[in-house]
Design a binder for this molecule. Sequence first.
Ligand SMILES: *[C@@H]1O[C@H](CO)[C@@H](O)[C@H](O)[C@H]1NC(C)=O
Ligand SMILES: *[C@@H]1O[C@H](CO)[C@@H](O)[C@H](O)[C@H]1NC(C)=O
Ligand SMILES: *[C@@H]1O[C@H](CO)[C@@H](O)[C@H](O)[C@H]1NC(C)=O
Length: 475
Amino acid sequence: MMKAIVKKCAIFVTLVAIISNIYIFTYPSLHPQSCSWNCASSKRDYIPIDSLNGVERWLYYAKRYINDVKQQILPSETAEEKGGPSDIHLLALGDPQIKGNWKHTPYITRLDTFGNDYYLGHIYSMMKKRLHPTHVAVMGDLFSSQWIGDSEFFNRTVRYTHRLFKRNTTWLEAIRDENHDEDNQYKVDWVNYADDLQVRRARVPMDFQFGYEDVYSWDPENEDSLFINITGNHDIGYSGDATFQHMARFYELFGKDNYWIEYDNDTDHPWRIVVLNSLLLEGPALQPEFLNITWEFLYQLFERRFAGSTVLLTHVPFYKRAGLCADGPEFRYYPADFEREPYKKNLLRSQNHLSEETTKRVLNLIFDNGKPGIILTGHDHVGCETIYNKDNKSGQWKASKVVESPEHFIKEITVKSMMGEFNGNAGLVTGRFDSKKLRWEWTFTLCPFSIQHVWWFTKVATIISGFLLSLLVLL
Ligand SMILES: *[C@@H]1O[C@H](CO)[C@@H](O)[C@H](O)[C@H]1NC(C)=O
Ligand SMILES: *[C@@H]1O[C@H](CO)[C@@H](O)[C@H](O)[C@H]1NC(C)=O
Ligand SMILES: *[C@@H]1O[C@H](CO)[C@@H](O)[C@H](O)[C@H]1NC(C)=O
């Protein structure tokens, strides 16, 4: 009797576990078009579904799903004949915002935070396996709070590196061994960072070594893609919060906040990546020297007189009127009588966008050559696409939903967050060189997963099924 019940349960739960596992390990195949690079072969069998009735439509989706799964398991060898430079495949991940645990955090919340790391890690591994990106960029807000100590910052970096992105953490431990307090907890040496920064800032021109050329991996022996971390307000703070300590630890664990990488410079198809710390462009700032350095970065970039196409990666979106995206323009400042931290009074407390004036200056410094490009930002979580149309007379850039000045416009993609509440998205940027028009074309699609509960459900069902099956063996 008992055995019969357990058997029924075991069969049922095991079936559910199998189906949900198949789902979470093949979910991109449900959206083969948005989960593939532009022009990839799975996009070819696209037909207009509006002409199909209900059942035909389901059959069409099922066939498309099965074809895509088959293609993932047995990739066909039909490499594309294109000629010219190879495509650029950039995976853009929006605002993971991983949380931490405190002394009084309940166990259920701790478990949630733990699972969330692996949920995000699952999205990344699926994308990496399916798409083999040439570049991976995390669009800022790696963590959920700028108000954390060095030890917690370090611990989250280890989780980010190991659980989300499956990377080696040996170098992080080596850094901690060099820089720690008496309890052996990571402690950044920000005084040294600040001294070095002042020395570099005093040189003429300022010497921050902003520029790179043809870098396809920071560690070519072990890795064939380039990993880019972008500063978010939750990582370093808005300019009214950002201290030397914030900047020093980001720099030590995640790399520079401002740099460019130029590619294929002496060819007919140059292009570049610009990583910009948009949090340190506007004030009033706690450390005004940071703003000065970011602007210097933009001037040095402008002086390159670069002739190619630009991919701009930054956290805070550019100015747009309310209604175009989820966030309208908003600036908040610390009050003049801010008692808790009086040294912050009147400083910039938060911003949804860059201001209109800063937007104009930044876009004119980066996209002055009139070549096509693309802007990727994070920050608003909801995601958005906006066209910046340049008025060549006034130098103003007008944000709009449509192209208004065909001869000079740039698209800004605010990448939808990869957090569970937003369905675990990954952004796919394809750059393809059009050898006839002699220019790069940039396209973007968003690959959604699903809310974190589906992932949790799968894990729990798998564990229960394992338990019931072993029980069955014992009975
Ligand atoms: C960071 O992790 C270490 C080692 O697990 C632990 O001892 C330390 O308390 C953690 N730091 C914080 C702030 O929780
Ligand atoms: C991580 O890197 C270290 C040093 O570079 C190496 O000794 C170690 O084997 C690596 N670990 C893994 C899991 O690859
Ligand atoms: C970005 O962060 C990852 C994970 O911590 C790290 O492996 C990588 O080296 C960082 N990038 C740079 C440029 O430091």
